[in-house]
Design a protein around this ligand. Structure first.
Ligand code: GDD
Ligand code: MN
Length: 376
């Protein structure tokens, strides 16, 4: 049996705009979203690129089903990876159109302003941002009170780093020329939720502070179906992104999270040590050994969940990862003690500074080595 001859000429027009839709468990949202996009973009040659991270609910399978029926829909099905920013980047990188936009799958972003966003970009704006806070745009409907307060705070923090008077830099709804995306993509962080913020800071640097941003107001709607993926982990990643931007990338988000987890390990260590030594009457050496193993284990689990959520180790790789983590940390401790001793013996610094230098040494060493051996 042969397939019917394809009739490209009739069915296909080169898209001017690629609309990237990142998805994780959005099965019930995508078909109605595609219909809303078709209605909103009636006069525009556009395509929809759904970037799904192998959602357990089968979003990718459904997206591919839609793609079979509609030539302007396709699906990037990513396996073994997670993350909103990296999904958006991958979607935009897969586009060949003149313009790219990113919109949430859950219908919270109002698709009817897309033509206006496109117009703004055509008129010369570098980026058009769907904004919940300018003009008639409203945020109250789709947000809980706590979430709204958090969002306002995050907005202030990010205004501080972008240096741009933006009413909604936390938005995940934006449109830009693909050429600009191509210029900045090597410098974008793949971590976390805040892709737009990162794009603005990076593009603004590229344009020597003269980036032109057009804000288009809209009303943030409640979720159509499914659940939000926002979590404390994502908030922590966001704070990491802020510090990493302020330090101009010198301190990557993952290093900050790694150090934060390391600090929590000291607490775990001291609690375990006290319990073992004081309550369970272990001798000191055994108590210290136990505390070290417990702290390394919680550090590994936290780093796996938080710092490296995007390359989380599971199943067999979790256990081999844990082993390599123990090994690296042992060498890290060795590096710590040697650096501290050398500094102390040479009378360069007093004992406290020698101790701190040793600790910093081991954090840097552990960070670098676990990136090579544990979370590759
Ligand atoms: N591929 C992929 N991988 N998509 C993801 C992932 C992921 O790991 N996590 C979330 N998404 C998708 C969701 O499926 C949804 O389409 C979109 O990203 C936004 O996720 P929500 O879970 O709906 O986030 P939210 O509503 O809490 O956050 C919204 O508000 C933020 C501002 O406060 C979004 O609009 C964000 O983009 C925005 O920054
Ligand atoms: Mn949402």
């Amino acid at each position: 049996m042969t397939d019917p001859a394809p009739s490209f000429a009739r069915a296909w027009t080169a898209p001017t705009l690629s609309v990237i839709v990142p998805t994780f468990n959005e099965r019930d949202n995508i078909a109605p979203l595609v219909e809303k996009l078709e209605a909103a973009l009636a006069g525009v040659a556009f395509e929809v690129i759904i970037v799904d991270d192998d959602s357990p609910d089968g979003t990718a399978a459904l997206a591919k089903q839609i793609a079979l029926e509609k030539p302007h829909v396709r699906c990037i099905h990513r396996v073994g990876r997670r993350g909103l920013s990296s999904a958006c980047i991958e979607g935009m990188a897969a586009s060949a159109a003149e313009f790219v936009a990113v919109i949430d799958a859950d219908h919270q972003h109002d698709e009817s302003i897309l033509p206006l966003m496109l117009e703004r970009a055509r008129e010369g704006a570098d980026i058009a941002v769907g904004s919940r806070y300018t003009g008639e745009g409203s945020s109250t409907e789709g947000f809980s009170a706590r979430r709204e307060a958090g969002s306002k705070l995050a907005t202030r923090l990010s205004g501080f780093i972008t240096g741009k008077a933006l009413s909604d830099p936390m938005s995940g709804y934006f449109l830009l020329r693909r050429a600009l995306f191509n210029e900045i993509v090597p410098r974008l962080s793949h971590e976390g939720f805040k892709i737009l913020l990162d794009i603005i800071v990076t593009a603004n640097r590229r344009r020597s502070g003269r980036l032109v941003i057009a804000e288009v107001p809209y009303s943030f709607r409640p979720r159509f179906a499914g659940e939000s993926k926002m979590s404390p982990l994502i908030v922590a990643q966001f704070l990491g992104l802020i510090v990493s931007q302020v330090s101009r990338g010198f301190l990557p988000t993952s290093f900050l999270l790694f150090s934060l987890v390391g600090a929590s390990g000291i607490l775990v260590h001291l609690v375990t040590l006290t319990l073992a030594f004081e309550v369970f009457d272990f001798n000191f050496a055994n108590s210290q050994l136990l505390a070290t193993v417990v702290a390394m284990t919680t550090n590994f689990i936290l780093n796996n969940e938080l710092t490296y959520a995007d390359k989380k180790l599971r199943g067999r790789r979790f256990w081999t990862g844990l082993l390599s983590f123990y090994l690296v940390c042992s060498f890290g401790a060795l590096a710590n003690v040697s650096v501290a001793s050398v500094l102390f013996e040479a009378h360069v610094v007093n004992f406290l500074f020698a101790g701190i230098a040793g600790a910093i040494m081991s954090v840097v060493f552990n960070y670098a080595a676990t990136r090579i051996f544990t979370w590759r």
